[in-house]
Design a protein around this ligand. Structure first.
Ligand code: NDP
Length: 296
């Protein structure tokens, strides 16, 4: 029986880990704020590991879902760090929306210990994680993906091999840049239309049966902006991080990318204005403040 370790029980990590327990897969959990792991273990029948090293010791598949790649890399270090716990033949799978360059560095560090690395970021949000229907974009050796697939299937519905190590993280960053562009451009558009006398609900109704539609116009704005509910499911700070990864990678690859560079600047400005806890969709509040209009 495969034993899994899951490190990082945040907004999305927690429901992903729950899906693994529901598949009757033996699970150890670790979280920086230990109380969250203790509560999870007590509620769901997992083992609470006291250190990253303890979580990894003897586990076949070790999953991280932290805020950034830098957090994941740092978790490997030190006597109680992950690296010393990893067994030969284990699979280390990072579900963080991470940085491809850091993933390649982690993979190279673990290879001499005969530990395989997969980058496996997810999309589908907390709602998708709650019902195990995430899309999982995987970078790394396809044979390693096949070994990990039964575990990934616990929380993933669409599991796609994207390319070599770092490919999953690269694809995720571009997806996130597109999300940011959709949120910002729809926010600007609806603000201008409101000033021209077009109600946002009417505008969305037309856009959603026209070529400008997106998940942002079909779901995010109707459910979160027009209702003014702005639920906090995915922090703007994390979207800022994601678009920053995309923008940096494109500069490094010397790909002309004026739109994605601008999106990164806008997300960084909105993050600074709204703080660490704001949801990503709340970025439209910055547009509303600048314009003196409310989208409702
Ligand atoms: P949260 O901010 O809710 O949780 C972050 C997790 O990372 C927590 O467990 C936190 O521990 C841990 N963490 C942060 N910094 C460190 C550190 N330095 N060392 C150890 N642990 C650390 O984030 P999410 O769960 O929302 O996101 C996790 C990842 O998944 C991110 O990369 C995000 O971009 C991505 N993602 C999120 C989605 C969402 O809808 N929320 C959707 C798709 C991807 P602690 O509890 O102690 O703070």
């Amino acid at each position: 029986m495969t034993t899994v370790a899951f490190l990082g029980l945040g907004a999305i990590g927690n429901p992903m880990a729950r899906q693994i327990v529901q598949e009757q897969i033996p699970l150890r959990v670790w979280n920086r704020t230990g109380a969250k792991a203790a509560d999870f273990a007590a509620q769901h029948g997992a083992t609470h590991a006291q250190t990253p090293r303890d979580a990894a010791t003897g586990a076949d598949v070790i999953i991280t879902c932290l805020a950034t790649s830098a957090d994941v890399e740092a978790l490997l270090d030190g006597p109680s760090g992950l690296e010393f716990g990893l067994s030969e033949g284990a699979i280390f799978m990072d579900c963080t929306s991470g940085d491809p360059a850091v993933s390649r560095r982690i993979a190279a560090r673990l290879a001499p210990r005969n530990v395989s690395f997969l980058d496996a970021p997810v999309s589908g949000g907390v709602a998708g994680a709650e019902i195990g229907t995430l899309t999982v974009m995987v970078g790394g050796d396809p044979a390693v993906l096949e070994r990990a697939r039964p575990v990934i299937e616990a929380f993933g519905e669409k599991i796609v091999h994207c390319g070599p190590i770092g490919a999953g993280h690269a694809l995720k960053a571009i997806n996130q840049a597109m999300l940011a562009i959709h949120i910002w451009s729809l926010g600007e558009g609806l603000t201008a239309l409101a000033r021209a006398g077009v109600k946002p609900a009417v505008a969305l109704d037309v856009i959603n049966s026209s070529s400008g539609k997106s998940n942002t116009s079909q779901n995010l704005f109707p459910q979160r902006v027009l209702t003014r509910a702005f639920p906090r499911t995915f922090r703007l700070a994390l979207l800022d991080k994601d678009v920053g990864i995309a923008a940096r990678a494109m500069r490094e690859q010397k790909v002309p990318s004026p739109m994605i560079q601008l999106a990164a600047e806008l997300m960084s400005m909105a993050h600074r204005e709204l703080g660490e806890e704001a949801d990503h969709v709340e970025a439209v509040k910055v547009i509303e403040r600048m314009a003196g209009e409310v989208i409702d």
